[in-house]
Structures are given as C-alpha cells and as structure tokens.
Ligand binder design. Structure first.
Ligand SMILES: Nc1ncnc2c1ncn2[C@@H]1O[C@H](COP(=O)(O)OP(=O)(O)OP(=O)(O)O)[C@@H](O)[C@H]1O
Length: 246
C-alpha cells in the first residue's frame, strides 16, 4: 500500500504540494488529474522515493515499484529484448534467464517476433509497450505511470490503455497514473483523484464503481460530463461552462 498523509513538498522557495492525503491499496488503480503544473509528476516522484517530503508522511509498502514515463526512454543501441531485460541485468539475473523472461513479457504486450529490432525500428506505440514490459520485468506490484500514452495517436492509445487495464484486472498490479485525459482516467481507474493547482492539493476523489467491461466510450463521455459538473472540478480545470467565450 502507498500512504500519503498531510504531505507537503517545497522546491526552492515554492510550495508545490500542500497537505496531500492519498492512498493506493494493493491491486488498486488510481488516476491523478489536475491542471498543468499542479504537482502530479512531483507526487509520483515522491511515491518513487526520488524526492523527500518537506512535511507529512509518505510510506510506500509495495514490494517493487517501477515507473513508465511519457517518453519510452529505451536504450537506442540495445535490441528490444535487451531493453525489456535491462532491470533484470541490474539485479544479477543471468543472460539466459533474463532473455527468457523478456520474451514472455514481449509476448504478453503483443511484441512477439520483434526480439531483434532496435527502438528506432519500432513504432511509438510499440516502444511504449517495451517500456511497459521493462517495468513489469522486475516483477513490480506497483506501477507509476506518468502520462505514458499522451504521445500516442488515438488507436494506439486505446490499445495501450487496454493493456494496462489487463494488468490491473488480471494480474492485480496497483497503479498510480497521471493523465490529462479525464476519459482515460475513468476508463482505467478504480478511483480518480483531482488536484487543484498552486499549491497542489486533493480537491475531489471520485470512486468509479462501474465494472471495467461496461466502461464504453459513451459511458466514459457521460461520466466525464458528470464529473466536470462538480464546481471543485471545474475550478481545478478553470473550466466554467457558463462563462462567455470572447
Ligand atoms: N526541480 C524543480 N525545482 C523547482 N521547481 C520545480 C522542479 N520540478 C518541478 N517544479 C515545479 O513544480 C510545479 C509542479 O510541477 P509538476 O511537473 O509536478 O506538475 P504537473 O502537474 O505534473 O505538470 P504537467 O501536467 O504540466 O506535467 C511546477 O510549477 C514546476 O515548475
């Protein structure tokens, strides 16, 4: 479990996050949304242990935490399987074993047959799937996802979202994911957490009880509409439906 209690983060003279309370339980998928600059990535960095809280308590009780970023961050001189196996090498797993595990994961993310390809020979969506497989290779029970699909076109994005949904539903991997896309959050999350800006703080938590299989596109847009009708959410996104457009 991840537990944030009254967490604040100052960077230089600026208060980036203030009194954030957030929990992610085992197997739970939580999506963070909020305006640009409100501290979503900073919160992921705190969860990853990359930065220390300025005040409050942050405890990550998951066994293994792995991260996937907006850019796949693959090693261009390494072939696809070696990129997936990177974390295993760092953990001292022998080459035969790590390639076998990487191949199993490549199959799982739909990349069978591309073992010997270099990153530049793969599409953006495929590269992002390699990054996901690399995170899974270390047997993570908690994934931090920082807008992992924002650079993908609509079709690839939907495919990648389906993959993450499978990880959550079939394998019970917990996720904390940052996205700008409310419909993406509603598709993938058990809970959507809305942050407001400057400094970032939680203004709304929305539990999504509709089963994943029933979250059709029509449902997603309707549910996003409901959420955006809440004044705190509108304020967070500076979205005022009744304001005049000049
Ligand atoms: N190393 C740093 N030093 C000082 N300020 C920083 C540092 N990193 C981030 N910030 C500031 O912290 C604030 C929050 O940044 P962060 O990247 O966490 O926001 P975000 O919500 O993820 O933004 P976006 O949605 O645009 O990606 C921003 O104002 C940013 O300028």
């Amino acid at each position: 479990m991840l537990m944030c209690e009254q967490v604040s983060l100052d960077l230089g003279p600026n208060c980036i996050l203030a009194n954030v309370n957030l929990q992610v339980a085992a197997g739970e998928s939580v999506c963070l949304v909020g305006p640009s600059g409100c501290g979503k990535t900073s919160l992921l960095r705190l969860a990853a242990g990359a930065v220390e809280v300025s005040s409050g308590h942050m405890k990550n009780h998951f066994r293994t935490t792995a991260a996937v970023f907006q850019e796949p961050r693959l090693l261009p001189w390494r072939r696809m399987l070696d990129n997936i196996a990177l974390g295993l090498k760092a953990r001292g797993v022998n080459r035969h074993e790590r390639l076998a595990r990487a191949r199993t994961l490549a199959d799982k993310v739909g990349l069978a047959g591309y073992d010997q390809h270099f990153p530049h020979e793969l599409s953006g969506g495929m590269q992002q799937r390699v990054a996901l497989a690399r995170a899974l290779a270390v047997d993570a029970d908690f994934l931090l996802l920082d807008e992992p699909f924002s650079a993908l076109d609509v079709g690839l994005r939907s495919e990648a979202q389906g993959l993450v949904q499978c990880l959550v539903v079939d394998q019970g991997i917990a996720t904390l994911m940052v996205t700008h896309d409310l419909t993406e959050a509603l598709r993938l999350a058990h809970r959507v957490v809305v942050l407001s800006g400057a400094p970032g703080t939680v203004v709304c938590e929305h539990r999504v009880s509709t089963p994943f299989a029933e979250r059709t596109p029509a449902w997603l847009y309707e549910e996003a509409g409901h959420l955006l009708r809440q004044p705190v959410v509108q304020d967070s996104f500076l979205f005022h439906p009744d304001s005049e457009v000049a």
